[in-house]
Ligand binder design. Structure first.
Ligand SMILES: Nc1ncnc2c1ncn2[C@@H]1O[C@H](COP(=O)(O)OP(=O)(O)OP(=O)(O)O)[C@@H](O)[C@H]1O
Ligand SMILES: [Mg+2]
Length: 350
């Protein structure tokens, strides 16, 4: 196995008596894009800052290229970082902003202008090098911040919610852009996000965090269909939780619950009788809220997406008695509920 680009070994970060990062072990694979994903306050930024060297762990070790870097200051780690709130130097041109990192590292003038040009090319802003940051849109500024981090040719590019200040469309564009830059340059990237779609779309490797701990890691295609527990399932948009007849817990996504007439055969799916409580129009589909009884006999509130085209069958309306079908293959089985998993939504928000 090749040495990971970076690794955290038993890393803990405490602030006063509070444990923000709780003894985590993590390997950052080289040349891949790893996302740290989790709700606000779960320790993502703290983890990134320790990787960058801006704060030292209370205990544990940080390895970069296999070597102990726990006490190495940030400027000696050769990492590029884009912070949650990106800050460009307002008095410098875009090109000078991007050339700043190489300048601080003693790269001669001609070479650093070349590198700045190259980095700006990469983010599609080569034509705006002479402007000042305030003459750019928010999305352009964010891309300059990215170019600035790339220009130092970092061993590791650390991005802390780099897309958070962009509008929805630009954010989607920039996801693809970062992916492209990553694959074209072969950079090792660690990206922090609390957006599940962003993580699913961009990651080679996803690292799910909760309350300072890592709860699941893996490629999106592996994590998404098999969430490790209810917390991960909720975070990934599994809105519905059932207890099956044999006592196992299962999660199912609204798009996999079919709302059908009462007499429809179950055909191997888990079938529940339900009453439609509410129907909300959402354009391509209806969001149907239902009251049902799960196979274990517990009353559950469920959400189903119902497509508005003819193939989906009769349109449900409030008060209808219906059948809900959950195909076995679409059920994500979960370990039995343990106490701390009962209220995952409010947890980690301090
Ligand atoms: N310097 C500090 N002193 C005290 N507590 C801190 C400090 N920095 C972070 N924390 C606490 O540590 C926890 C983790 O913070 P962190 O910034 O890593 O969260 P995050 O996952 O990045 O959240 P967000 O998505 O909101 O940015 C939070 O409860 C936060 O209040
Ligand atoms: Mg943060």
């Amino acid at each position: 196995m090749t040495t990971p680009a970076a690794a955290l070994v038993g890393v803990t970060q405490q602030f006063g008596g509070f444990t923000a990062v709780d003894s985590i072990d993590l390997k950052i694979p080289r040349g891949r894009l790893t996302t740290l994903l989790g709700p606000s306050g779960c320790g993502k930024t703290t983890t990134l800052r320790m990787l960058a060297g801006y704060s030292a762990p209370t205990s544990g070790r940080i390895l970069i290229d296999g070597e102990d870097a726990t006490r190495t200051p940030p400027e000696k780690r050769n990492l590029g970082m884009v912070f949650q709130s990106y800050a460009l130097f307002p008095h410098m041109t875009v090109a000078d902003n991007v050339a700043y990192g190489p300048k601080m590292r003693g790269v001669p003038g001609a070479e650093r202008r070349r590198r700045a040009g190259e980095a700006l090319e990469l983010v599609g802003l080569a034509h705006l090098g002479d402007r000042k940051p305030k003459q750019l849109s928010g999305g352009q500024q964010q891309r300059v911040a990215l170019a600035r981090a790339v220009a130092i040719r970092p061993r590791l590019l650390l991005l802390d919610e780099p897309l958070s200040n962009l509008d929805a469309r630009l954010r989607v564009q920039m996801r693809a852009e970062i992916r492209r830059i990553q694959s074209e340059t072969g950079l090792t990237v660690v990206l922090v996000t609390h957006d599940q779609d962003e993580a699913l779309e961009m990651s080679d490797e996803m690292v799910l965090m909760r309350a300072g701990k890592i709860v699941q890691t893996g490629a999106p295609r592996d994590v998404f269909p098999t969430p490790a527990d209810r917390f991960v399932a909720e975070f990934l948009g599994y809105e519905n939780f059932l207890t099956l007849a044999d006592g196992r817990q299962a999660a199912v996504r609204p798009e996999h619950l079919r709302v059908v007439p009462l007499d429809t055969p179950a055909d191997g799916a888990v079938a529940l009788d339900a009453t439609v409580r509410d129907v909300a129009y959402r354009g391509v589909d209806l969001l149907v809220t239902l009251d049902a009884t799960d196979p274990a006999g517990t009353a559950v509130r469920l959400l189903a997406d119902h497509r508005t085209d003819a193939a989906a069958g009769p349109t449900p309306s409030a008060g209808d008695r219906v059948r809900l079908l959950a195909p076995e293959a679409r059920l994500a089985l979960l370990p039995a509920l343990s106490e701390p998993e009962l209220d995952p939504v409010t947890e980690g928000i301090s």
